[in-house]
Design a protein around this ligand. Structure first.
Ligand SMILES: *Cc1c(COP(=O)(O)O)cnc(C)c1O
Length: 384
């Protein structure tokens, strides 16, 4: 299928709304089937079995590739399944370098699963090139990072990591979950982009899914083989939902960001707030880097409330509009305490080293009225 040259905003709508050849249905049908009939034994068309491939997944993967300006995209049953497929490119005896301020589930996966496969891992702060270079060993095969990091909203220099990985002959892989639409790391030299589609890409808090995007044909063939071999593939219905969600990704991201900026500015001046971590604020230590490597700052922010553990809990229980829940990237605003929720599996000592204190709060800013969001936080902060 040749696609006219469109902007990303158009492609996000275009790929999910092409009339099908049979009935002219404007929305691609959901191919809710596990298997496909064959002409004669071993002779089949484009599809034979849904774990391997499914037309509804193909439509979604086409849109996902467009999102990252990628040649290839693969969808998985969760973000962690996508991370698993990427890290399964490593073999016993290989070494992995990962950012220390990392999503709690990825930390757990590396420590509990990847290291037991005989792959050593070094967690390192990636704020300086030398620190990353010092962590690299002769057998380093992958550098895994996030930018912004979750939950501290630190930025990592994407081109720097791509350069260090290239010099080491290692694969660079970024978890880009926080900034779909605004940040295209493949263009900046990264080899693999991973997303938890559960978050902004689907955007409606109603599916768990993940994906990988890449340009390199060899990396694609290997990860596609793993996708089928490991079997953590999404259902056709979930692919349909995520495809539907992506049609509004551009306008959702714009509104998430507008709202997040307003909330960040409100919190920044509040007496009960010690620190606000949002790359869009000029006070953020990586604000300049944020402007060079992404087109926007996204819809997630973290902040430290000026109180202890109990006060933080009182604050979190006092919100009416913000829902106390893990996850992020949906149209509704969510709020959570990393130390007891998303990052409780990270040992307390490690948490404190990186700055995940008991008073740290992470908020995913939805697309509601910013006035209502700010009023809700204001009344909850008064209850500290
Ligand atoms: C949620 C999340 C994941 C894991 O994705 P799932 O879809 O929950 O498996 C990985 N990385 C980041 C940054 C996330 O927020």
């Amino acid at each position: 299928m040749s696609v006219p040259k469109f902007d990303l905003d158009t492609l996000l709508v275009y790929h999910g709304s092409r009339p099908d050849a049979q009935h002219g249905s404007v929305i691609p049908p959901i191919f809710q089937t596990s298997t496909f009939a064959q002409e004669s034994p071993g002779e089949y068309g484009d599809y034979d079995y849904t774990r391997t491939d499914n037309p509804t997944r193909t439509v979604l993967q086409t849109t996902l590739a467009a999102l990252e300006g990628a040649k290839h995209a693969l969808a998985f049953a969760s973000g962690m399944a996508a991370a698993d497929a990427a890290m399964s490119l490593l073999e016993a005896g290989d070494h992995l370098v990962a950012v220390d301020d990392i999503y709690g589930g990825t930390y757990r996966f590396i420590v509990d699963v990847v290291e037991k496969r005989g792959i050593q891992c070094t967690f390192v702060c990636m704020d300086e090139e030398q620190k990353v270079r010092d962590a690299v060993r002769p057998n380093t095969k992958m550098i895994w990072f996030e930018s912004p990091t979750n939950p501290l909203m630190n930025l990592v220099d994407i081109q720097m990591i791509a350069r260090v990985a290239k010099d080491a002959g290692a694969i660079s892989a970024i978890d880009n979950t926080f900034l779909p639409y605004y940040q295209q790391p493949l263009e900046q030299g990264v080899d693999i982009v991973m997303h938890s589609m559960t978050k902004f890409i689907n955007g409606h808090s109603d599916v768990v899914m993940g994906c990988l995007m890449m340009n390199d044909d060899d990396l694609y063939e290997k990860t596609k083989h793993l996708q089928n071999a490991m079997g953590a593939t999404p259902s056709p219905f979930d692919c349909f939902l995520a495809q539907r969600g992506m049609k509004t990704l551009a306008i959702r991201m714009q509104r998430h960001e507008e709202n997040a900026m307003k909330v960040a500015q409100f919190l920044d001046g509040h007496a009960k707030v010690e620190q606000v971590m949002y790359p869009g604020l000029t006070s953020h230590p990586h604000h300049e880097l944020a402007k060079t490597q992404a087109k926007g700052f996204g819809g997630v922010l973290s902040f430290k409330v000026a109180t202890d553990l109990d006060g933080t809990v009182r604050f979190l229980k006092a919100t009416n509009l913000f829902i106390l829940a893990v996850s992020l990237g949906g149209v509704e605003s969510l709020i959570e305490q990393p130390a007891t929720m998303t990052h409780f599996e990270v040992p307390k000592k490690v948490r404190e080293q990186v700055g995940i204190t008991d008073s740290l709060v992470r908020a995913s800013i939805g697309i509601e009225s910013p006035t209502d969001l700010i009023a809700d936080l204001d009344q909850a902060l008064a209850k500290i």
